[in-house]
Design a binder for this molecule. Structure first.
Ligand code: SAM
Length: 321
Protein backbone atom coordinates (compact mmCIF):
# COMPACT_ATOMS: atom_id res chain seq x y z
CA UNK A 1 0.00 0.00 0.00
CA UNK A 2 1.18 3.55 -0.73
CA UNK A 3 0.11 6.02 1.92
CA UNK A 4 0.26 8.91 -0.50
CA UNK A 5 -1.71 7.31 -3.33
CA UNK A 6 -5.32 7.36 -2.26
CA UNK A 7 -7.36 4.34 -3.28
CA UNK A 8 -11.02 3.59 -2.78
CA UNK A 9 -11.29 -0.04 -1.84
CA UNK A 10 -9.73 -1.89 1.11
CA UNK A 11 -7.68 -4.94 0.19
CA UNK A 12 -5.88 -7.60 2.19
CA UNK A 13 -2.52 -6.20 3.45
CA UNK A 14 -3.78 -2.58 3.63
CA UNK A 15 -3.21 -0.38 6.66
CA UNK A 16 -6.57 0.84 7.93
CA UNK A 17 -7.33 3.28 10.75
CA UNK A 18 -10.23 1.96 12.82
CA UNK A 19 -12.13 4.97 14.18
CA UNK A 20 -14.27 4.36 17.27
CA UNK A 21 -14.52 8.01 18.32
CA UNK A 22 -12.29 11.08 18.32
CA UNK A 23 -10.12 9.69 21.15
CA UNK A 24 -10.06 6.03 20.12
CA UNK A 25 -8.40 5.29 16.80
CA UNK A 26 -6.32 2.19 16.03
CA UNK A 27 -4.13 1.19 13.08
CA UNK A 28 -4.65 -2.38 11.82
CA UNK A 29 -3.21 -4.23 8.87
CA UNK A 30 -5.97 -6.19 7.17
CA UNK A 31 -5.31 -9.94 7.26
CA UNK A 32 -7.74 -12.60 6.12
CA UNK A 33 -9.67 -14.34 8.97
CA UNK A 34 -8.21 -12.09 11.69
CA UNK A 35 -10.33 -10.25 14.24
CA UNK A 36 -9.80 -6.85 15.95
CA UNK A 37 -11.34 -6.43 19.41
CA UNK A 38 -12.63 -3.07 20.63
CA UNK A 39 -15.25 -1.71 23.02
CA UNK A 40 -17.75 -2.23 20.19
CA UNK A 41 -16.91 -5.94 20.05
CA UNK A 42 -15.18 -7.97 17.36
CA UNK A 43 -14.40 -6.44 13.97
CA UNK A 44 -13.74 -9.16 11.39
CA UNK A 45 -10.98 -8.13 8.98
CA UNK A 46 -12.86 -10.09 6.28
CA UNK A 47 -15.78 -7.62 6.67
CA UNK A 48 -13.46 -4.74 5.74
CA UNK A 49 -12.10 -6.32 2.55
CA UNK A 50 -13.89 -4.91 -0.50
CA UNK A 51 -15.41 -2.01 1.49
CA UNK A 52 -14.68 1.62 0.57
CA UNK A 53 -12.29 3.56 2.83
CA UNK A 54 -14.50 5.75 5.02
CA UNK A 55 -17.26 3.13 5.29
CA UNK A 56 -19.09 2.05 8.42
CA UNK A 57 -18.37 -1.60 9.28
CA UNK A 58 -20.42 -3.58 11.82
CA UNK A 59 -18.84 -5.19 14.87
CA UNK A 60 -20.51 -7.63 17.26
CA UNK A 61 -21.58 -4.81 19.64
CA UNK A 62 -21.77 -1.76 17.38
CA UNK A 63 -19.97 -0.26 14.41
CA UNK A 64 -16.78 1.60 13.48
CA UNK A 65 -15.44 3.66 10.59
CA UNK A 66 -12.54 2.27 8.56
CA UNK A 67 -10.39 5.19 7.37
CA UNK A 68 -7.55 5.71 4.90
CA UNK A 69 -4.26 6.25 6.77
CA UNK A 70 -3.23 9.88 6.24
CA UNK A 71 -0.04 11.20 7.94
CA UNK A 72 -2.30 13.02 10.43
CA UNK A 73 -4.08 9.78 11.39
CA UNK A 74 -0.73 7.93 11.50
CA UNK A 75 0.60 10.55 13.95
CA UNK A 76 -2.28 9.92 16.38
CA UNK A 77 -2.17 6.12 16.10
CA UNK A 78 1.47 5.10 15.53
CA UNK A 79 3.28 2.89 18.05
CA UNK A 80 5.42 5.26 20.15
CA UNK A 81 9.12 4.49 20.54
CA UNK A 82 9.89 8.11 21.52
CA UNK A 83 8.16 11.42 22.17
CA UNK A 84 6.68 12.53 18.88
CA UNK A 85 5.68 15.74 17.13
CA UNK A 86 1.99 16.48 16.61
CA UNK A 87 -0.03 18.34 13.99
CA UNK A 88 0.25 21.87 15.47
CA UNK A 89 4.07 21.88 15.49
CA UNK A 90 4.30 19.83 12.29
CA UNK A 91 2.21 22.30 10.30
CA UNK A 92 4.38 25.22 11.41
CA UNK A 93 7.58 23.28 10.65
CA UNK A 94 6.45 22.54 7.09
CA UNK A 95 5.46 26.17 6.55
CA UNK A 96 8.65 27.62 8.02
CA UNK A 97 10.94 25.21 6.17
CA UNK A 98 9.15 26.32 2.99
CA UNK A 99 8.63 22.69 1.94
CA UNK A 100 6.97 21.81 -1.32
CA UNK A 101 7.03 18.97 -3.85
CA UNK A 102 10.66 18.57 -4.92
CA UNK A 103 12.27 19.83 -1.67
CA UNK A 104 15.17 17.85 -0.22
CA UNK A 105 15.22 17.58 3.57
CA UNK A 106 17.69 16.23 6.17
CA UNK A 107 16.12 15.20 9.50
CA UNK A 108 17.55 14.00 12.83
CA UNK A 109 16.46 12.17 14.92
CA UNK A 110 13.89 10.11 13.17
CA UNK A 111 12.37 8.89 16.46
CA UNK A 112 8.98 7.27 15.79
CA UNK A 113 8.71 8.74 12.30
CA UNK A 114 5.70 10.95 13.04
CA UNK A 115 7.24 14.08 11.49
CA UNK A 116 8.96 12.04 8.74
CA UNK A 117 5.59 10.92 7.33
CA UNK A 118 4.34 14.52 7.15
CA UNK A 119 7.63 15.71 5.62
CA UNK A 120 7.48 13.03 2.93
CA UNK A 121 3.88 13.92 2.05
CA UNK A 122 4.88 17.59 1.69
CA UNK A 123 7.86 16.95 -0.62
CA UNK A 124 6.55 13.98 -2.68
CA UNK A 125 6.55 12.96 -5.47
CA UNK A 126 9.80 14.59 -6.61
CA UNK A 127 11.47 15.45 -3.28
CA UNK A 128 13.54 13.30 -0.91
CA UNK A 129 14.02 12.89 2.85
CA UNK A 130 17.31 11.81 4.43
CA UNK A 131 16.58 10.93 8.04
CA UNK A 132 19.06 9.84 10.75
CA UNK A 133 18.87 8.32 14.22
CA UNK A 134 21.61 6.91 16.47
CA UNK A 135 19.25 4.30 17.99
CA UNK A 136 19.68 1.17 15.86
CA UNK A 137 16.44 -0.57 16.82
CA UNK A 138 14.35 2.55 16.13
CA UNK A 139 15.98 2.84 12.73
CA UNK A 140 15.02 -0.78 11.93
CA UNK A 141 11.39 -0.33 13.01
CA UNK A 142 10.88 2.92 11.13
CA UNK A 143 12.59 1.51 8.02
CA UNK A 144 10.05 -1.35 8.02
CA UNK A 145 7.19 1.11 8.46
CA UNK A 146 8.39 3.26 5.55
CA UNK A 147 8.54 0.13 3.42
CA UNK A 148 5.11 -1.09 4.50
CA UNK A 149 3.67 2.36 3.73
CA UNK A 150 5.18 2.37 0.22
CA UNK A 151 7.50 5.30 0.95
CA UNK A 152 10.88 3.81 0.04
CA UNK A 153 11.33 5.91 -3.08
CA UNK A 154 10.99 9.14 -1.05
CA UNK A 155 13.13 8.41 2.02
CA UNK A 156 16.42 6.95 3.22
CA UNK A 157 16.77 6.23 6.93
CA UNK A 158 20.25 5.75 8.35
CA UNK A 159 21.79 4.73 11.66
CA UNK A 160 24.16 7.60 12.54
CA UNK A 161 25.17 9.87 15.39
CA UNK A 162 24.76 13.28 13.77
CA UNK A 163 26.15 15.14 16.80
CA UNK A 164 29.57 13.56 16.39
CA UNK A 165 29.56 12.73 12.64
CA UNK A 166 27.16 15.23 11.05
CA UNK A 167 25.12 14.34 7.96
CA UNK A 168 26.81 12.29 5.28
CA UNK A 169 25.09 14.21 2.48
CA UNK A 170 26.66 17.32 1.01
CA UNK A 171 25.24 20.29 -0.88
CA UNK A 172 21.81 18.69 -1.37
CA UNK A 173 19.45 20.01 1.27
CA UNK A 174 16.82 22.74 0.94
CA UNK A 175 15.97 22.26 4.60
CA UNK A 176 17.35 20.73 7.80
CA UNK A 177 15.23 19.70 10.77
CA UNK A 178 16.63 18.74 14.20
CA UNK A 179 14.65 17.12 17.04
CA UNK A 180 17.31 15.81 19.43
CA UNK A 181 18.61 16.91 22.83
CA UNK A 182 21.62 18.95 21.65
CA UNK A 183 20.98 20.50 18.22
CA UNK A 184 23.79 23.04 18.77
CA UNK A 185 26.32 20.22 18.25
CA UNK A 186 24.87 19.46 14.80
CA UNK A 187 24.51 23.04 13.53
CA UNK A 188 28.20 23.51 12.51
CA UNK A 189 27.94 20.35 10.33
CA UNK A 190 24.91 21.66 8.44
CA UNK A 191 26.84 24.31 6.45
CA UNK A 192 28.01 21.70 3.96
CA UNK A 193 24.62 19.89 3.92
CA UNK A 194 22.74 22.82 2.37
CA UNK A 195 22.60 23.42 -1.38
CA UNK A 196 25.00 26.16 -2.51
CA UNK A 197 21.90 28.36 -2.89
CA UNK A 198 21.18 28.00 0.86
CA UNK A 199 18.06 26.89 2.70
CA UNK A 200 16.09 26.83 5.95
CA UNK A 201 16.77 25.16 9.29
CA UNK A 202 14.35 24.37 12.13
CA UNK A 203 15.08 22.89 15.56
CA UNK A 204 12.61 21.62 18.15
CA UNK A 205 13.57 21.81 21.85
CA UNK A 206 11.40 21.51 24.96
CA UNK A 207 13.57 23.78 27.18
CA UNK A 208 14.45 27.44 26.77
CA UNK A 209 18.07 26.74 27.83
CA UNK A 210 18.39 24.46 24.80
CA UNK A 211 16.96 27.24 22.65
CA UNK A 212 19.56 29.70 23.99
CA UNK A 213 22.45 27.39 23.11
CA UNK A 214 20.91 26.68 19.69
CA UNK A 215 20.56 30.40 18.90
CA UNK A 216 24.19 31.04 19.88
CA UNK A 217 25.33 28.21 17.59
CA UNK A 218 23.16 29.54 14.75
CA UNK A 219 24.64 33.02 15.18
CA UNK A 220 28.20 31.66 15.29
CA UNK A 221 27.53 29.78 12.03
CA UNK A 222 26.20 33.02 10.49
CA UNK A 223 22.57 31.88 10.05
CA UNK A 224 20.19 34.78 9.36
CA UNK A 225 16.64 35.65 10.49
CA UNK A 226 16.76 33.56 13.68
CA UNK A 227 13.27 33.32 15.21
CA UNK A 228 11.91 31.18 18.07
CA UNK A 229 8.20 30.49 18.49
CA UNK A 230 6.05 28.35 20.75
CA UNK A 231 3.05 26.82 19.05
CA UNK A 232 0.16 26.17 21.46
CA UNK A 233 -3.06 24.66 20.24
CA UNK A 234 -6.22 26.01 21.90
CA UNK A 235 -9.33 24.14 20.88
CA UNK A 236 -12.43 26.31 21.25
CA UNK A 237 -15.84 24.82 21.99
CA UNK A 238 -18.53 26.30 19.77
CA UNK A 239 -21.78 26.39 21.74
CA UNK A 240 -24.84 28.51 22.51
CA UNK A 241 -24.50 30.60 25.64
CA UNK A 242 -26.91 32.89 27.49
CA UNK A 243 -25.67 36.21 28.86
CA UNK A 244 -27.37 39.00 30.82
CA UNK A 245 -27.77 42.30 29.05
CA UNK A 246 -26.30 45.10 31.14
CA UNK A 247 -28.91 47.81 31.55
CA UNK A 248 -27.02 51.05 31.22
CA UNK A 249 -30.20 53.02 31.93
CA UNK A 250 -30.30 51.50 35.41
CA UNK A 251 -26.69 52.42 36.01
CA UNK A 252 -27.35 55.92 34.85
CA UNK A 253 -30.40 56.30 37.13
CA UNK A 254 -28.42 55.09 40.11
CA UNK A 255 -25.65 57.57 39.44
CA UNK A 256 -27.96 60.52 38.98
CA UNK A 257 -30.03 59.66 42.05
CA UNK A 258 -26.82 59.77 44.03
CA UNK A 259 -26.61 62.93 46.10
CA UNK A 260 -23.47 64.65 44.80
CA UNK A 261 -23.25 66.87 47.88
CA UNK A 262 -22.63 63.79 50.03
CA UNK A 263 -20.04 62.44 47.64
CA UNK A 264 -17.43 64.70 49.17
CA UNK A 265 -18.08 63.39 52.67
CA UNK A 266 -16.68 59.85 52.43
CA UNK A 267 -18.44 58.42 55.51
CA UNK A 268 -21.87 59.44 54.28
CA UNK A 269 -21.23 57.73 50.97
CA UNK A 270 -20.41 54.49 52.72
CA UNK A 271 -23.50 54.76 54.91
CA UNK A 272 -25.68 55.32 51.89
CA UNK A 273 -24.20 52.25 50.12
CA UNK A 274 -24.69 50.11 53.21
CA UNK A 275 -28.32 51.13 53.65
CA UNK A 276 -29.05 50.46 49.98
CA UNK A 277 -27.42 47.02 50.34
CA UNK A 278 -29.70 46.22 53.27
CA UNK A 279 -32.64 46.81 50.95
CA UNK A 280 -31.18 44.55 48.31
CA UNK A 281 -28.78 45.35 45.54
CA UNK A 282 -29.65 48.99 45.32
CA UNK A 283 -31.15 48.38 41.86
CA UNK A 284 -34.84 48.17 41.27
CA UNK A 285 -35.71 44.54 42.22
CA UNK A 286 -38.89 44.73 40.16
CA UNK A 287 -36.94 44.88 36.91
CA UNK A 288 -36.25 41.52 35.33
CA UNK A 289 -32.75 40.90 34.03
CA UNK A 290 -32.88 40.64 30.27
CA UNK A 291 -30.79 37.92 28.61
CA UNK A 292 -29.58 37.12 25.15
CA UNK A 293 -28.63 33.67 23.77
CA UNK A 294 -26.08 33.40 20.98
CA UNK A 295 -23.39 31.16 19.47
CA UNK A 296 -19.95 31.66 21.01
CA UNK A 297 -16.44 30.21 20.73
CA UNK A 298 -15.59 29.23 24.30
CA UNK A 299 -11.86 28.84 25.08
CA UNK A 300 -10.65 25.84 27.14
CA UNK A 301 -10.55 26.33 30.93
CA UNK A 302 -7.07 24.84 31.18
CA UNK A 303 -4.07 26.23 29.31
CA UNK A 304 -2.88 23.58 26.85
CA UNK A 305 0.43 21.94 27.65
CA UNK A 306 3.80 23.16 26.44
CA UNK A 307 5.40 20.89 23.84
CA UNK A 308 8.51 22.78 22.85
CA UNK A 309 10.03 25.75 21.09
CA UNK A 310 10.62 25.88 17.36
CA UNK A 311 13.67 27.87 16.32
CA UNK A 312 14.10 28.53 12.64
CA UNK A 313 16.63 30.44 10.57
CA UNK A 314 17.95 30.88 7.03
CA UNK A 315 21.26 29.70 5.64
CA UNK A 316 22.41 32.07 2.89
CA UNK A 317 25.21 31.43 0.41
CA UNK A 318 27.06 34.33 2.14
CA UNK A 319 27.06 32.33 5.43
CA UNK A 320 29.80 30.10 4.00
CA UNK A 321 32.33 32.91 3.68
C1 SAM B 1 12.12 12.99 20.31
S1 SAM B 1 12.73 11.83 19.19
C2 SAM B 1 12.27 12.49 17.62
C3 SAM B 1 10.81 12.29 17.34
C4 SAM B 1 10.40 12.60 15.93
N1 SAM B 1 10.56 14.00 15.61
C5 SAM B 1 8.96 12.17 15.67
O1 SAM B 1 8.11 13.05 15.39
O2 SAM B 1 8.66 10.98 15.75
C6 SAM B 1 14.47 12.14 19.26
C7 SAM B 1 15.27 11.10 18.53
O3 SAM B 1 16.59 11.64 18.37
C8 SAM B 1 17.49 10.57 18.41
N2 SAM B 1 18.82 11.13 18.69
C9 SAM B 1 19.24 11.72 19.84
N3 SAM B 1 20.54 12.11 19.71
C10 SAM B 1 20.92 11.76 18.46
C11 SAM B 1 22.14 11.88 17.73
N4 SAM B 1 23.21 12.44 18.30
N5 SAM B 1 22.19 11.43 16.46
C12 SAM B 1 21.09 10.87 15.89
N6 SAM B 1 19.93 10.71 16.54
C13 SAM B 1 19.83 11.15 17.80
C14 SAM B 1 16.94 9.66 19.50
O4 SAM B 1 17.41 8.34 19.35
C15 SAM B 1 15.43 9.80 19.28
O5 SAM B 1 14.95 8.72 18.51
Amino acid sequence: MNLFKYKDIIEEGDLVIVYLDVRHLYPITIKKDEVFQSKYGALKHNDCIGKKFGSVVSCTKGWVYVLFPTPELWTVTLPHRTQILYAADISLIILQLDLKPGSIVCEAGTGSGSLSHALIRAIAPSGFLYTFDFHEQRVEVVRNEFEAHGLNSFVKVEHRDVCSDGFNVEEVADAVFLDLPNPWDVIPFTAKTFKPTGGRICTFSPCIEQVQRTCIALQECKFQDIVTVECLQRIYDVKRITQSIINFDNTKNDDTSFDKSKDDEGDDVEEQEQSSNKNGSGHNPQKEIETVTHWAAVPPLQTPGHTGYLTYASFMPSCKS
